[in-house]
Design a protein around this ligand. Structure first.
Ligand SMILES: [Zn+2]
Length: 306
C-alpha cells in the first residue's frame, strides 16, 4: 500500500492510503544516547581537543552509515589572542551525485563560558552545551540511520558549522563557520545547487516549544510553513505556528550571503541558554524524537509532488 512510483516503501512514501503523513520511526532514546556521548567529551570549543574528539566521533559515525564526510577548513582569528584558530565545517553527503540538494544544518561548537549565569564567579565555569551545540549533532546522528532508506527528490547534505559562538565578549563575531560556508558557495560556486535548507538549534529542551522564527518567515516563508505543516500533520503540537522570537543564527548567512532559503527550527525559550545547567538532564529523548521526525519528513518530501 505504501509503495509509490519512486519505489519507496514503508513510512517514507510520506503518506498512507488516506493521504495522511506517517510518523517515521525516529528513535528518541538512541538520539539521546548520542547527546550523552557528545557531552561526555566535555566542552567542544572551536580549535580545542574536545572539538577534535567530537569530529572523530562524527566522522566515524557517518562513514559507517555510508555517507561521504568532508571538512571545509579555514582559519579565524581568536577573539582574545588574535592567534589563528583552525575551523572545520563538516559536510556529510548522501547521494553525493545529485546536483540539486537540500541541506540540514546545525552548529557543533560550544560557547567558551556560561556567560548568562547571574553570579560572575559562575561565568568562568565550564559550559557543556547539551542543547546548545549538542542537540543538533545528536539529531543528525540519529537521522543518519534513516536517510539511506529514503528516496528523496534532492540530494541531502548535513552541514555542521564550526565557530557559531567562539564568543567571549558581546562584540565578538558570531557565525564564523556558516559565513565561510556561505561566502564559499557564493564566490566559488560548486557544481551542485542548494534549493533550500533547514537549520536546527536547541531542539532537545525537555519543555519543547518551537515557534515560527521571524527571520525564517522573512527569508524562507515556504519552507517554514512546510515544516510547521508537517508537524501539524504528524500531531506534534510542540511546533507552534505563531510568530515569536527573531533570532540571529546560522541561517542568516545562508539566506543573505548564499541565497539559500533556510528556516531555523529553534526553541528559544530554553531556561538554561548559556548557563551551566545546559546539561543532558535538561533535555529529553522525546523532544529529539519529535523534532527528528519533522525534519526527516521534510527531507524526504521536500519538492515531492503532493
Ligand atoms: Zn549559544
Amino acid at each position: 500500500m505504501l509503495t509509490t512510483a519512486l519505489g519507496m516503501s514503508s513510512w517514507n512514501s510520506a503518506t498512507d492510503a488516506a493521504d495522511r503523513l506517517v510518523m517515521p520511526p525516529v528513535d528518541g532514546r538512541r538520539a539521546f544516547q548520542y547527546l550523552e556521548s557528545i557531552c561526555a567529551i566535555g566542552p567542544r570549543i572551536s580549535g580545542t581537543q574536545g572539538m577534535q574528539s567530537q569530529q572523530e566521533l562524527i566522522e566515524k559515525h557517518f562513514t559507517a552509515l555510508g555517507a561521504k564526510v568532508q571538512y571545509q577548513e579555514f582559519d579565524a582569528a581568536h577573539p582574545k589572542s588574535g592567534e589563528p584558530v583552525r575551523m572545520k565545517n563538516m559536510i556529510i553527503s548522501w547521494h553525493p551525485e545529485s546536483q540539486e540538494r537540500v541541506l540540514l544544518a546545525c552548529h557543533y561548537d560550544t560557547r567558551p563560558f556560561p556567560d548568562r549565569e547571574l553570579l560572575p564567579i559562575n561565568r568562568t565555569k565550564p559550559f557543556l552545551g547539551a542543547n546548545d551545540g549538542g542537540s543538533g549533532v545528536a539529531l543528525m546522528m540519529e537521522l543518519g540511520h534513516h536517510i539511506p532508506s529514503i528516496r528523496p527528490k534532492f540530494g541531502i547534505d548535513f552541514v555542521i558549522f564550526d565557530g557559531e559562538e567562539l564568543v567571549f565578549d558581546r562584540d565578538d563575531p558570531y557565525f564564523l563557520g556558516s559565513e565561510h560556508f556561505a561566502r564559499t558557495y557564493r564566490d566559488n560556486p560548486p557544481t551542485h545547487r542548494y534549493v533550500g535548507g533547514v537549520l536546527v538549534d536547541m531542539i532537545a529542551d525537555r519543555d519543547l516549544n518551537i515557534f515560527y522564527e521571524r527571520n525564517s518567515l522573512k527569508f524562507a516563508p515556504e519552507i517554514t510553513r512546510e515544516v510547521w505543516d508537517i508537524a501539524k500533520q504528524l500531531g506534534i503540537r510542540e511546533f507552534v505556528p505563531r510568530r515569536k522570537h527573531e533570532v540571529r543564527d546560522d541561517h542568516l548567512p545562508l539566506n543573505e550571503i548564499a541565497g539559500i532559503p533556510t528556516c531555523d527550527i529553534i526553541d528559544f525559550d530554553y531556561p538554561y541558554w548559556h548557563k551551566r545547567n545546559d546539561l543532558p538532564a535538561a533535555c529529553s529523548a522525546d523532544s529529539l524524537r519529535k523534532t527528528g521526525a519533522v525534519v526527516l519528513v521534510w527531507l524526504a518530501t521536500h519538492g515531492q509532488p503532493s
